[in-house]
Design a binder for this molecule. Structure first.
Ligand SMILES: Nc1ncnc2c1ncn2[C@@H]1O[C@H](COP(=O)(O)OP(=O)(O)OP(=O)(O)O)[C@@H](O)[C@H]1O
Ligand SMILES: [Mg+2]
Length: 163
């Protein structure tokens, strides 16, 4: 499968949010974004910026009980579906109730903790892996590896995500 990979250093929560805003400019309805990284890596912070960039209604938060939240567009863009799959077990079966396959064509879907759970939705995925590297001088530094999978992302300018 075609891969398009870019590495980005993000040195603060504000910078992560800004990257989310820039990510919005690359996305359109039908896109699936997977976010990985340990607890507190910055997945929701990035999604908050993405919601701002897409111009959707409602603040993106870390939901305590809700697994998926739909943020409708305030304009004529696609809604943002924000999924936090942390509490879900494995397999797309367990996600079936969310009907992500139904909403994907007209939405941008972002999934935290989605590995092994949502890949069956589409072969075209943008995967962002957020790491804290050992030895960084500031504990706010994050290293983000962005991988675009499939034809959709083959020629995309992922470098546009860096500041
Ligand atoms: N460079 C950075 N990027 C993002 N967040 C950062 C950064 N540096 C520090 N932080 C802090 O780390 C925390 C990230 O929290 P956030 O909820 O975004 O993480 P998460 O990956 O969604 O975690 P969870 O797996 O619990 O959902 C925030 O408190 C944020 O202020
Ligand atoms: Mg989160």
């Amino acid at each position: 499968m075609t891969r398009n990979v870019v590495d980005i250093v993000v040195d603060s929560p504000e910078a992560m949010r800004d990257m989310g805003r820039r990510l919005a400019a690359l996305l359109r309805a039908g896109d699936l974004v997977m976010l990985s990284g340990e607890l507190g890596a910055g997945k929701t912070t990035l999604t908050r910026g993405l919601g701002e960039g897409l111009g959707v209604r409602g603040a993106v938060t870390s939901p305590t009980f809700v697994i998926a939240r739909v943020h409708p567009s305030l304009g004529d863009g696609p809604p943002l579906v924000h999924v936090d799959a942390y509490r879900l077990g494995g397999g797309l079966d367990e996600m079936e109730d969310l009907d992500l396959d139904v909403s994907l064509p007209e939405s941008v879907i972002v999934v935290e903790w989605g590995e092994g759970k949502v890949e069956e939705l589409t072969d075209d995925r943008l995967h962002l892996r957020i790491h804290r590297a050992v030895g960084d001088t500031s504990d706010e530094v994050r290293h983000v590896r962005v991988t675009g999978l499939g034809q959709r992302w083959a020629g995309a300018d992922l470098g546009a995500l860096s500041a």
